[in-house]
Design a protein around this ligand. Structure first.
Ligand SMILES: [Zn+2]
Ligand SMILES: [Zn+2]
Length: 341
């Protein structure tokens, strides 16, 4: 038995409107579009996939799965309820329901995320067996195998991403910790959780912009000499209530976790504004950039929109100095990495 990480799609929601092209994404690569999605795979001795734990399922996930083994994933983890992370779940879940004697499909998500999914796709209420992900508490995923757990941590991804979370998946059989950031403008992790994440084996990130533009509701990879024009007014106006609002369910356990965050970081204005800030805290062994757009970098900073090789070499220049032991990866869709001890 061996564990692997597969890149099912890298694309964010908006860089590739139909009838346009983007240098990062190739046209024949339709599964890549609006589909930031990963699989944790277990293979048997013959190399056959015997378990697929899917993380997010955007527009392109169905053609991807049809072309890559044509196998229904065993369970689904969702970071947040945006369509480039959820729209493909309908086909997966309907397939499972029909071929498994009307059994409900296992989906793991925060309570707020579940509610938004059901609000936008009401039939999911009858087809899905949801498991709650309370913040900061590991939850077992029996469909993925014994001992495999997922832990959700809140993130702020703009006012409309209800209960958006980053997900940490522990795979004790392979001695691996994977952190899927989902889409993030500002992480809301407590100090103790940031410490626990240090040295994560894999950090799979939202690299939507290279430079800050909070209006996108995504963090940037790094700062820019002229970023104060966009960052400062937003920071000045940002309140604790703004950060709480998408997670504001006082009846849920989430609330105490968020209060813990504000206790640890009372001045959240200095907190982890870029992916680089976050990576310097976590210091992962492997850092994977996906979900790239770059449109705002061009529009607001006059900076080029990069292709895959361009983002790889720009990222290497940025990260290799401060993080010499971190391997930077800008993968292609369909790429599979072995998870070793
Ligand atoms: Zn997205
Ligand atoms: Zn999103």
């Amino acid at each position: 038995m061996s564990y692997h990480l597969r890149i099912n799609g890298r694309g964010n929601a908006w860089p590739v409107p139909i009838a346009q092209v983007h240098p990062f994404y190739s046209l024949p690569g339709a599964p890549d579009y609006a589909n930031a999605s990963y699989s944790l795979l277990r293979k048997d001795e013959s190399g056959k996939v015997v378990m697929d734990l899917l993380v997010d399922a955007g527009h392109g996930i169905v053609p991807f799965l049809l072309r890559h083994g044509n196998r229904i994933p065993d369970a689904l983890l969702i970071t947040h309820p945006h369509f480039d992370h959820t729209l493909g779940m309908d086909w997966i879940i309907q397939s499972y329901y029909r071929f498994h004697g009307n059994r409900r499909y296992p989906v793991y998500a925060t309570r707020g995320c579940q509610e938004q999914i059901i609000a936008t796709m009401p039939h999911m209420a009858d087809l899905v067996a949801f498991t709650d992900l309370p913040y900061g508490i590991p939850v077992e995923v029996p469909e993925a195998g014994e001992g495999i757990t997922v832990t959700a941590y809140p993130v702020f991804h703009g006012p409309h991403a209800r209960a958006a979370a980053m997900l940490r998946v522990a795979v004790p059989q392979a001695g691996q910790q994977l952190l899927f950031t989902g889409d993030v403008l500002l992480p809301l992790l407590q100090q103790k959780d940031l410490e626990a994440l240090q040295g994560a084996d894999w950090l799979l990130t939202d690299a939507n912009n290279r430079f800050p533009n909070p209006k996108t509701n995504h963090w940037s990879v790094s700062r820019h000499p002229q970023d104060d024009r966009y960052l400062e007014p937003w920071l000045q106006a940002l309140t604790q209530e703004d950060l709480m609002a998408p997670h504001n369910f006082q009846s849920y356990d989430n609330y105490s976790y968020l209060l813990g965050f504000f206790e640890d970081f009372p001045d959240n204005k200095d907190y982890l504004l870029t992916l680089l800030d976050f990576v310097l805290r976590v210091r992962p062994r492997n850092l994977l950039l996906a979900h790239y757009s770059g449109i705002e970098d061009e529009k607001y900073y006059g900076e080029e929109v990069l292709d895959t090789a361009g983002l790889q070499s720009w990222g290497e220049r940025l990260f290799s100095g401060p993080l010499p032991h971190t391997r930077l990866l800008v993968p292609d869709t369909g790429e599979i990495y072995a998870l070793n001890h």
